[in-house]
Design a protein around this ligand. Structure first.
Ligand code: NAD
Length: 337
């Protein structure tokens, strides 16, 4: 499998390292509009560097394109890769809008290529185990669920795109979509949401969001996301079930943690990526799963439709924050935040 990555910021760097650990695949090229970034990674991995995906596609013989670009650029680049006949792995969220997401799915379907979406939380062992326990009914029926995700380090990135709501969708679309995806995978579809957020009341780097979800099976969920917790990045969940409680707190589980100041221009991650003591990180496992699916000609677990379904929950939450009303999930959105 010959892989090329476009977008060499936080995630492109993580993915490039991940491919080195996957047997049967080879990172052969990288692309980024920033010369220093593409040269650094090209040199580090002994691959060729390009200024754009178009250049990379014109000169390289690739099987897979991995899109690690800011969210608003996903559609254009996924469509370009699909039109060139490449399988595509795209970072989450699938897209900034439903329309873009649908177009990406259609482009890959038409081209006969697989589309995988980076909802990596499904590959974190504590989340995977909780999914198995709940699905097996070991704790009986679920009544309510709470999840938390956040930290104090608002992401720093190319052109400060995370602070641009039209590009990133803020933390609802960017961060807690991880929880929406995990919960939908574990508990099934969501019927409607009601959300409150600080967007529009403070400046974009001070964001806190609370989303209540009603699942089709009657479970009530509460998802909290924040960039205001100066205690550092962490995640939690709590399933209250018929026979007991299932909880996780990333800070309780990890024995060692360091909080380092970010230094501009060093290539240090601009957005918190949870550390992991395992041999292969969940980021590597998700890429390995995608490549295996492609090799075997099977749909990847998190395909375009899965990515779209989780995106629709986030878009409904954005609409609820904007309108102050409960919103039914799915279909055309009047307001996209
Ligand atoms: N799965 C996760 O846990 C996770 C974590 C962080 C980010 N993400 C997602 O990954 C994606 C990328 O986020 P990031 O934090 O790595 O962003 P980033 O800003 O760190 O990196 C983006 C890179 O894209 C480059 N770029 C911009 N326009 C380009 C173009 N037209 N052609 C080539 N290169 C271009 C920039 O120079 C930059 O290097 C986003 O969709 C984000 O939501 C996922």
């Amino acid at each position: 499998m010959r892989v090329g990555i476009v977008g060499l910021g936080t995630m492109g760097t993580v993915h490039a390292a991940g491919y080195q650990q996957i047997p049967g695949c080879q990172l052969v090229a990288v692309a980024d509009i920033q010369q220093d970034r593409r040269e650094r990674l090209a040199q580090q991995y002994g691959v060729r560097g390009y200024a754009s995906l178009a250049d990379m596609l014109a000169r390289e013989d690739l099987d897979v394109v991995d899109v690690c670009l800011p969210t608003h650029l996903h559609r254009e680049h996924v469509e370009m890769a699909a039109a060139a006949g490449k399988h595509v792995f795209c970072e989450k969220p699938l897209a900034r809008t439903r329309e873009d997401g649908l177009a990406m799915i259609e482009a890959c379907r038409k081209a006969g290529v697989f589309l995988g979406v980076g909802h990596v939380v499904r590959f974190f062992p504590e989340y995977r185990r909780a999914h198995e326990i709940i699905q097996a009914g070991e704790l009986g029926r679920v009544g309510t669920v709470f999840t938390y995700r956040g930290g104090g380090g608002f992401p720093t990135a190319w052109q400060d795109w995370y602070a641009n709501y039209q590009w990133s969708g803020g933390l609802t679309l960017d961060l807690i979509i991880h929880d929406f995806d995990f919960l939908r995978w574990t508990l099934g579809d969501v019927e409607r949401v009601y959300a409150k957020g600080t967007h529009g009341r403070t400046y974009n780097r001070l964001e806190h969001v609370l989303v209540s979800l009603r699942f089709k099976n009657g479970v009530i969920g509460n998802v909290e996301g924040t960039w205001l917790n100066v205690g550092g990045f962490g995640t939690k969940f709590e399933f209250a079930c018929e026979k007991g409680l299932l909880t996780h707190d990333s800070k309780a589980a990890s024995g060692f943690r360091s909080y380092l100041q970010k230094v501009q221009g060093t290539g240090a991650p601009g957005v918190a990526v949870p550390e992991n003591p395992l041999d292969k990180s969940p980021y590597t496992l998700e890429l390995e799963h995608f490549l295996e699916s492609v090799r075997e000609g099977k749909e990847p677990m998190i395909n375009g439709e899965e990515g779209l379904a989780s995106l629709e929950i986030a878009l409904a939450a954005l609409e609820s924050i904007a309108t102050g009303k409960p919103v039914v999930v799915g279909g055309e959105r009047g307001v996209e935040g």
